[in-house]
Design a protein around this ligand. Structure first.
Ligand SMILES: Cc1ncc(C[n+]2csc(CCOP(=O)(O)OP(=O)(O)O)c2C)c(N)n1
Length: 363
């Protein structure tokens, strides 16, 4: 059905045909009729946090090779989403990330060592969710969508000014949880923002094998949730659409579904061989759309980023990577019996039996 022949209400929920963008791939500004270019201070902060985030990402990948991290899902290439979305949150808002979103956590201020505890296998969760207003990094796909809607609705019932931002991948939108979460977010007009980082693949499964809709953002219409399609490699645009969606939610306007078109440059995790399901030309084409290069080009052409500032940001990123190495190179004392703690308030008989078996094996 042609867009123009749809009833006005449905049309208003649909995304634009082309992804929204504020910067071309070579960093020239694009005038958008709806989105405002973020201010210079925000753009400089986006750049700083993206450079630091990328360095953190390469450091974490290196730690897997040194046996210091069990597994690491890189978000290289997705920094515009990881950083743009988090900087658009207010202090009182909550973030619900996945395993891929360590850079988002670090951007939110969770200490790197605490962020990486889960992936190191040191402890169930290395940080206090309440301290940073960051839910546990979830590894079961899409469970965080339900947590986000639940928290957002509870906050709304309590009269609190809190918005929940949930990050998911394209693959997670095929899970029932995402549909249940979108449905009730729409019914309740819960203050929640769904950001789908569509990086093209669910491990080796390409988008074409799991989605028949024109875009993932089109799915919002069925739930009465307005949807936005954005260039996910454009940090200015991602920041602007998430900030607008957070404002709408905070003002009582309900949820927004945002699909950000991006690409995972590295393999799914260090345990995956991406050359088995995608070719080098495809990766090269996306490297050409690099989000860090894009904002650097814009800031440099505007005279906001000079060699001195670039060097200072690089030095900050290097110092941060060194601090991550220091934390991760320190051996942690882990008591295997703690694996069973905090699973249930009252441990079940099965858990008690398993704990006893483990204790016997280790004795
Ligand atoms: C409920 C559930 N089913 C299956 C898996 C196995 N699994 C782990 S990652 C993944 C693909 C996820 O792809 P996507 O949501 O696009 O996120 P990305 O890894 O690309 O960021 C799958 C199927 C899982 N973790 N949880």
């Amino acid at each position: 059905m042609a867009r123009t022949s749809l009833p006005a209400r449905e049309r208003s929920l649909l995304p634009t045909d082309e992804p929204l963008s504020l910067l071309t791939r070579t960093g020239e500004p694009v005038a958008d009729p709806v989105l405002d270019m973020p201010g210079d201070d925000v753009l400089l902060e986006l750049h700083r946090k993206m450079v630091v985030g990328r360095r953190f990402d390469t450091q974490a990948t290196a730690l897997t090779r040194q046996g210091r991290l069990a597994v690491y899902p890189s978000s290289r290439g997705q920094e515009a989403c990881e950083v743009g979305a988090v900087l658009a949150l207010r202090e009182q808002d909550w973030l619900f990330p996945t395993y891929r979103d360590s850079v988002a956590l670090v951007t939110r201020g969770v200490p790197a060592g605490e962020t990486l505890t889960l992936l190191q296998g040191g402890w169930h969760l290395g940080y206090d969710p309440y301290e940073h207003r960051v839910g546990p990094q979830c590894t079961p796909l899409a469970t965080n969508t339900l947590h986000a809607v639940g928290l957002a609705q509870a906050a709304s019932l309590k009269g609190e000014d809190t918005v929940a931002l949930v990050l998911v991948g394209d693959g997670a939108t095929s899970e029932g949880d995402t549909h249940e979460a979108l449905n009730f977010a729409g019914v309740w007009k819960a203050p929640v923002v769904f950001l789908v980082q569509n990086n093209g693949y669910a491990i080796s499964v390409p988008m074409s094998k799991q989605n028949a809709a024109p875009s993932l953002a089109h799915k919002g219409v069925g739930y009465g949730v307005p949807s936005v399609l954005v260039d996910g490699n454009d940090p200015a645009a991602v920041y602007a659409v998430v900030r607008d969606a957070v404002r709408t939610a905070a003002d009582g306007g309900g949820p927004t579904l945002i699909e950000a078109l991006t690409y995972r440059v590295e393999a799914h995790t260090n345990a995956d061989d991406a050359t088995r399901y995608r070719d080098a030309d495809e990766v090269a084409a996306w490297l050409d759309r690099d989000p860090v290069d894009r904002i650097e080009a814009y800031l440099t052409s505007k005279g906001l980023l000079d060699d001195a500032r670039r060097a200072a940001v690089t030095a900050e990123a290097e110092a941060f990577a060194a601090s991550v190495r220091d934390v991760m190179n320190t051996d942690v004392e882990v008591d295997p019996a703690e694996l069973f703690a905090h699973v249930y308030a009252e441990p079940t008989r099965q858990l008690q039996e398993q704990a006893a078996m483990l204790a016997e094996e280790l004795a």
